[in-house]
Design a protein around this ligand. Structure first.
Ligand SMILES: [Zn+2]
Ligand SMILES: [Zn+2]
Length: 174
């Protein structure tokens, strides 16, 4: 078994709608290579930079992502009987990463957050004005009830119910 730690430029395919690994940024592969009957079993972790948009406030997300990778590399060994020589191992793997790319893409894309957040407790946006809460003063508020909106919400919920207080209904006759 060998351990190999190398960095390769990220392909452009490692992304979801809101977040992804910037193309050309450095992917760090920390891999174990095991010769098995069928070829070389490659397993280990991929660490990559993450950039995107916060799913709550649309702010910038800068993070890292780590994914587990395991792939049987059937042709890795073809024409290389010298699997035990360290000096050739790394350069050979470098070329064979082409074969690993689909597995690597699957692993990284699966590890991407569906709702990336700029920080775990991102407060999101004010629903009234759309400004990020992080940039608003703590006492930020919108005057409620604005009489015009109050009138609208009365329309939406139907006429106001009759005054239930009996004291108001039976006005004493003079
Ligand atoms: Zn955010
Ligand atoms: Zn607001």
């Amino acid at each position: 078994m060998r351990r190999v730690r190398i960095s390769v430029p990220a392909p452009a395919s490692l992304r979801l709608e809101l977040v992804g690994v910037p193309a050309g940024s450095s992917l760090t592969l920390d891999l174990r290579l095991e010769a098995v009957m069928e070829g070389v079993l490659v397993s280990g972790t991929v660490t990559a930079a993450l950039a995107g948009e916060c799913g709550r406030c649309l702010g910038e997300v800068a993070d890292t992502v780590q994914a587990e990778l395991q792939e049987l590399c059937v042709y890795c060994d073809a024409g290389h009987p010298d699997t035990e020589r360290d000096d050739k191992e790394v350069s050979r793997l470098d070329g064979d990463l082409l074969d690993l790319e689909p597995a690597l893409r699957d692993a990284v894309v699966l590890a991407l957050p569906l709702t990336p957040l700029c920080r775990p407790d991102c407060p999101g946006l004010c629903v009234e004005c759309g400004q990020p809460w992080a940039e608003l003063p703590v006492d930020h508020t919108h005057e409620r009830p604005d009489p015009r909106w109050a009138a609208l919400s009365r329309l939406a919920t139907g006429p106001a119910p009759a005054d239930p207080d009996p004291a108001h209904r039976t006005d004493p006759e003079p």
